[in-house]
Design a protein. Structure first.
Length: 203
């Protein structure tokens, strides 16, 4: 019998730049990695917590990363009506040791990603540029974006154009295009002269 008492689950909310998304931060590691559920079928297949959240009428998207869950709400609901309900729901789910993601999720996503990105063949010169771009995004951009409850992934580099995928609170966020153009594009152009432009797709 397990008599060890667990530390209580702490949970607090943080605003994100997207008014439709709110970040619920816990003192537990939920998932080492990023899991973005914008579509219900994917959540039903892979994530019991996202699936349970999608059962609530006001949840439009669920994004799990490290120790937080970012919820994107349906626009016809107000946060003041649902924020506390969501907080209690997530807290109880974690306290009850509910499953966050099923085994094999990361591998399945990597496979999808590999299939989607398979069309890009890079020359030797481009491979070096791509490695540099990925490194800059992972080192400088990703941590800042994660603080805002979102995620950014490199997708492709073609003819000077870098395509990135925005997930979590960044997706559909009014200020993400500003961040993208002013911050990320500016930095990449300075550090990697071959970059002419950065464009975003919503993940």
């Amino acid at each position: 019998m397990d008599t060890t008492t667990k530390s209580p689950v702490m949970l607090y909310t943080e605003q994100t730049p997207n008014p439709e998304s709110l970040k619920y931060v816990t003192n537990r590691m939920l998932y080492k990695g990023t899991a973005d559920f914008r579509e219900e079928p994917l959540a039903r297949e892979w994530s019991p917590i996202a699936s349970a959240l999608f059962d609530l009428p006001y949840v439009k998207g669920v994004y799990v990363c490290n120790n937080f869950v970012t919820i994107t709400k349906e626009f016809n609901y107000a946060w003041e009506d649902i924020q506390l309900k969501l907080k209690e729901f997530i807290k109880k789910y974690i306290e009850d040791d509910g499953e966050i993601l099923k085994d094999g999720f990361a591998e399945a996503m990597a496979k999808i990603e590999a299939e989607q990105g398979a069309g890009y063949e890079y020359s030797e010169a481009e491979i070096e540029i791509v490695a540099k771009i990925k490194d800059l995004i992972n080192t400088y951009v990703k941590p800042a974006v994660e603080m805002d409850g979102g995620n950014i992934e490199f997708k492709s580099f073609k003819e000077g154009i870098v395509t990135v995928v925005l997930q979590g609170s960044c997706s559909g966020c009014p200020s993400s295009s500003v961040t993208l153009k002013a911050g990320i594009e500016g930095m990449l152009k300075r550090m990697v002269p071959e970059v002419k432009e950065v464009v975003a797709e919503m993940g």
